[in-house]
Design a protein around this ligand. Structure first.
Ligand code: T5A
Length: 230
């Protein structure tokens, strides 16, 4: 659990950047590209993911993506995501931020809100309460919402998966995936100060440039003059 008073000022803390979006929107690709670019700029950063990211949470990830969590019912499955997040926040995210290391996280609390709440029908007030217990005052400095039409995302996810069986969420129907996209777009409209919507239909390099521009726009990095970059 995270207490508000535990969080030092942003001057001594790393930045917390989350990547969100539907299946196959390109989060893993972009998080890798951003980590590489930050490394070039001399920014210390770790890449992590949810569900998972810490040893305990990775075990829960296996239970969730195998579909075993679904058999427990929607609320119990949600509790597993929350338990995994609690472990991840306490053991990985908070310690890194406190050491002035940036955390680039592939999915975070918005995923629960959208997958379990908006598309999965778990009560949003219940999710609010669980969020307060798990993440407290921890809020991303920036959330990049990678937006692609559902058919493009599903095609990409299927191409990447090859002959493997779709996981618990990839196997949901198109209507569910449309609700996910609507849910993310609603979050982007509701929290423009935290979220930036990224058109993820572009080529990976162009999406990466838009993401870098978003960081510059929010004052998280400074754009170097061309002469200093070469
Ligand atoms: N979940 C998670 C919940 O329900 N609640 C929660 O609270 C949380 C935290 C996690 C699942 O758990 C659910 C959501 C998820 O269903 P996961 O395996 O981590 O599962 O899967 P995803 O996060 O959905 O990640 P994916 O791997 O499916 O998609 P990505 O990371 O968005 O996409 P990426 O980068 O792997 O790219 C997919 C394919 O597209 C290509 C890539 O090369 C790859 O082949 N690609 C592009 N092609 C063309 N143009 C581009 N711009 C491209 N970018 C990538």
């Amino acid at each position: 659990m995270t207490a508000e008073t535990d969080i030092p000022s942003t001057a001594t803390r790393g930045r917390f950047i989350t990547f969100e979006g539907g299946e196959g929107s390109g989060k893993s690709t972009q998080i890798r590209l951003l980590a590489e670019r930050l490394d070039v700029e001399g920014v210390r950063a770790i890449v992590t993911r949810e569900p998972g990211g810490s040893p305990g949470a990775e075990i829960i990830r296996h239970v969730l993506l195998s579909g075993v969590g679904k058999m427990l019912g929607a609320e119990a499955e949600t509790l597993l995501f929350i338990a995994a997040r609690d472990d991840h926040v306490r053991n990985v995210i908070e310690p890194a931020l406190a050491q002035n290391i940036w955390v680039l996280c592939d999915r975070f609390a918005d995923s629960t809100r959208v997958y379990q709440g908006h598309a999965g029908k778990v009560d949003l007030q219940l999710l609010d309460a669980m969020e307060r217990v798990t993440i407290g005052a921890l809020k991303p400095d920036l959330t990049l919402l990678l937006d692609v039409p559902v058919d493009i995302g599903m095609q990409r996810a299927s191409g990447r998966r090859g002959a493997d069986t779709p996981d618990r969420f990839e196997a949901e129907n198109v209507d569910y995936h449309r609700k996910l996209r609507d849910g993310y777009l609603a979050i982007a409209r509701r929290e423009p100060e935290r979220c930036i919507l990224i058109d993820a239909t572009k080529t990976p390099d162009n999406v990466a440039n838009d993401i870098w521009a978003a960081l510059v726009q929010r004052g998280l990095v400074v754009r170097q003059p061309e002469t200093q970059r070469s």
